[in-house]
Ligand binder design. Structure first.
Ligand code: HEC
Length: 272
């Protein structure tokens, strides 16, 4: 495993392109959990923890995120003051909107997430953008996640687009960098210590994290985005969290979503 981590932590070697990284990432988790099928990693901690899985299956009988889907749907369908609507910005069929993000936008030379794309659409239509923790925005992504259920994560890093590779490498470095007073990298918990207990929690695999967001967290009684989770985990190691949708978190999301390519979108989700 040391060799695996060393291979992944080298920023850019001749042989470690994104696809080699992804295959190494997946095979690490598959050899750590030989009985868990690849697709199961989309279920996060419920893939590896039988007790919490049973509770979760009960919760899913009356999903606590249902109101968010309904609210998101009504927001999506409501026209802007100028008469246009979100669907005029997103040209792909509804069920394909979610899977189109995160993506590297060559014109802007940066990663665009679903949240950023929604706000861009609002600004283009003379509406004020949402704050990145606004429940309206999160509920819109809950609706888009729901309509995309069954589609695969399919992040592209075009070979002729050096900016996309640079954003990916940045996100990868972020993921493997130690930070905070506790001096932990994301990978220390979600790769090296996967399955182990941290106080009341067992650590889930990063493989599959992007599939099920946004999630309803019973602890908070509300929905949170993937980047709000990044924010919380960075704060928990006593490091300075970055702004939601900062370049840092967008690149991190780009890297993590690429690692989960081929997994099935199953959001929104429910978590402790
Ligand atoms: C000290 C250990 C620790 C570190 C370091 C850490 N996390 Fe976490 N993280 C947790 C715990 C505990 C949970 C809740 C249980 C779980 O699902 O793993 C969690 C949950 C998450 C989740 C939600 C999983 C889900 O399915 O709902 C995401 C996403 C996540 N972490 C991302 C990150 C990222 C990205 C980093 C690095 C910036 C990071 N974490 C660093 C401990 C850590």
């Amino acid at each position: 495993m040391a060799a695996f981590l060393a291979a992944l932590s080298l920023p850019c070697t001749a042989f470690a392109g994104p696809e080699e990284d992804r295959l190494a990432f997946v095979s690490f988790f598959q050899s750590r959990f030989p009985d868990i099928l690849f697709d199961e990693f989309a279920n996060g901690i419920y893939a590896i923890d039988a007790d919490s899985r049973a509770q979760w299956l009960e919760i899913e009988e009356f999903p606590p995120y249902e109101f968010a889907i309904e609210h998101g749907q009504s927001l999506w369908q409501k026209p802007f003051s100028n008469g246009s609507a979100y669907a005029d910005c997103f040209k792909q069929p509804l069920a394909e909107v979610r899977a189109a993000y995160p993506a590297f936008d060559a014109g802007r030379a940066e990663v665009v997430t679903l949240e950023v794309a929604i706000n861009d659409c609002r600004v283009a239509n003379d509406e004020t953008p949402f704050a990145y923790d606004a429940s309206e925005l999160i509920d819109l992504t809950a609706y888009l996640g729901y309509t995309a259920r069954g589609k695969k994560i399919d992040v592209q890093i075009p070979a002729d687009e050096p900016g996309a590779l640079a954003a990916y490498e940045y996100g990868k470095r972020f993921y493997y960098s130690k930070r905070g007073q506790l001096n932990f990298a994301c990978a220390d918990c979600h790769v090296t210590s996967v399955g182990m207990r941290v106080r009341a929690d067992r650590l889930s695999a990063s493989l599959g994290h992007p599939t099920h967001f946004p999630v309803y967290r019973s602890k908070l009684g509300g929905m949170i985005s993937l980047q709000q989770r990044f924010f919380g985990c960075v704060r928990d190691v006593r490091a300075r969290p970055f702004e939601l949708q900062s370049t840092e978190y967008r690149n991190l999301e780009f890297f993590l979503a690429y690692m989960s390519n081929g997994l099935t979108i199953n959001g929104p989700g429910a978590r402790k």
